[in-house]
Design a protein around this ligand. Structure first.
Ligand SMILES: C[S@@+](CC[C@H](N)C(=O)[O-])C[C@H]1O[C@@H](n2cnc3c(N)ncnc32)[C@H](O)[C@@H]1O
Length: 317
C-alpha cells in the first residue's frame, strides 16, 4: 500500500493542507504508521496512532528510526480508545474495495461523536459510491457456469434454464457474483458515470445510512453489459480527490464487478436499479432488482416499487 502513489501522495498533500502546528491528531488504524508520520511532520502537539493489530510494532519501529517523537502508539480497538483532550483531526484509511466493507462508518462516527472537537476535521470525510454498467474486453468475458455446454462432453447448460432471471427479480449479491477486476479487463462504461450515493462522515448520522438505493441511468452507447462495476471516489477537499474507477490511475483498491448475465443494450435504453442494502458494510446482504427499458420507455414511468427513496445522485436519468 505504501507503493500506491495515488493513495500516498493524496494523503500526504491532504495532511499538509489540514494538520496545523499544535493540533491533536488521531490516526485510526495506523498500520505501518505512515499517516501518523506524515502528521508528525506538521509539528502537532500530539498524534495518537491507534491500531489493534500486531503491525503496530512495525509502526513504532518506523517512527523511532525516522526520529519522530510526538506519536503516542496505542494498541487498541478505536472503540476502546479515549483521550482527555478533544481532537482536532481524525485521520483514517478505512475504505475497503466496496468502500464501506471495513466498517468505516461505524468506527469513524464512534470516534467523531466521542472525541472530535466542534469544527474538527475528518480526513478524508467525503466519499461517492459508483455502480456503473460495464462492458468487459472480449478476452475477459468469462462465461457463467450455465454457459459451459461442452466441457469434454459435459454440459452445464440446463442449469441456465432453471436459473434464468425474470425481469425485475431479486438477485442476492452472493460471493459468486462479486469479482475484483484488474483495470485491463474493463472495456468501457455504457453510461456516463455518476455517483449513486454520497456520504460526508463529518455530518452523517448512522441512522440515516440508506437501506435502499434506487436510480435510473440511460445507456450512452450500444454494447454488451456484463455486469455492474462498483468503485468509489475519495474527496479530501474541493480540489484534492482520487477514485478507483477501472479507467483511472491504478490504486491498491481494485474495482468490483457484480457479474450479471451478459445482455446487449442500445444507446437510449434505460436501466433501473433498485438495491436493498440490508447492511451497507456487507454487500453479501444486498439484493438487486434491475430492469432494462428499451428506448427509454421508463422515462415517464414510476419506479418499480412505491415508497422508494431515490438517491439524488442517480436522479434524472
Ligand atoms: C488499510 S490499513 C491502513 C493502514 C494505514 N493507515 C495506512 O494508511 O497505510 C487499516 C488498518 O486499520 C486497522 N484497524 C481497522 N479497524 C480498526 C479499529 N477499529 N481500531 C484499530 N485499528 C483498526 C487494521 O488492523 C489495519 O492495520
Amino acid at each position: 500500500m505504501i507503493a500506491d502513489r495515488v493513495r500516498i501522495d493524496s494523503y500526504h498533500e491532504a495532511i499538509q493542507r489540514c494538520v496545523k502546528p499544535g493540533d491533536i491528531v488521531v490516526d485510526l488504524g495506523t498500520g505501518t504508521g505512515i499517516l501518523s508520520m506524515f502528521a508528525a511532520q506538521r509539528k502537532p502537539a500530539q498524534v495518537y496512532a491507534i491500531e489493534h493489530g500486531m503491525i503496530i510494532e512495525t509502526a513504532k519501529e518506523m517512527a523511532r528510526l525516522n526520529g519522530t517523537d510526538c506519536i503516542n502508539f496505542v494498541k487498541s480497538h478505536s472503540k476502546n480508545f479515549a483521550t482527555n483532550e478533544k481532537v482536532d483531526v481524525i485521520l483514517h484509511e478505512q475504505m475497503g474495495e466496496k468502500l464501506f466493507d471495513e466498517n468505516m462508518i461505524d468506527n469513524i462516527c464512534d470516534l467523531r461523536d466521542r472525541l472530535l472537537r466542534p469544527g474538527g476535521k475528518i480526513l478524508p470525510s467525503c466519499f461517492d459510491l459508483f455502480i456503473e454498467p460495464l462492458s468487459l474486453k472480449d478476452e475477459y468475458r468469462i462465461p457463467l457456469l450455465h454457459q459451459h455446454d461442452d466441457v469434454h462432453g459435459i454440459s452445464y447448460a440446463r442449469l441456465g434454464s432453471s436459473r434464468k432471471r425474470i425481469d425485475g427479480d431479486s438477485i442476492k449479491i452472493e460471493k459468486s457474483l462479486q469479482r475484483l477486476i484488474k483495470r485491463c479487463e474493463a472495456d468501457r462504461f455504457l453510461c456516463i458515470p455518476e455517483g449513486i450515493y454520497s456520504i460526508d462522515l463529518a455530518t452523517v448520522n448512522r441512522a440515516d445510512v440508506p437501506k435502499r438505493i434506487v436510480y435510473r441511468k440511460t445507456f450512452a452507447s450500444d454494447g454488451l453489459m456484463d455486469g455492474l462495476c462498483m468503485y468509489f471516489r475519495v474527496r479530501f477537499d474541493d480540489t484534492l480527490a482520487f477514485d478507483t474507477s477501472p479507467f483511472s490511475a491504478n490504486t491498491s483498491w481494485n474495482p468490483v464487478l457484480i457479474r450479471l448475465e451478459t445482455q446487449a443494450v442500445r444507446a437510449g435504453d434505460v436501466i433501473e436499479c433498485d438495491w436493498d442494502v440490508l447492511d451497507i458494510a456487507d454487500i453479501g446482504t444486498w439484493t438487486l432488482r434491475y430492469r432494462i427499458f428499451p428506448g427509454g420507455t421508463a422515462a415517464q414511468a414510476p419506479f418499480s416499487s412505491s415508497a422508494v427513496s431515490v438517491s439524488s445522485a442517480g436522479r434524472g436519468h
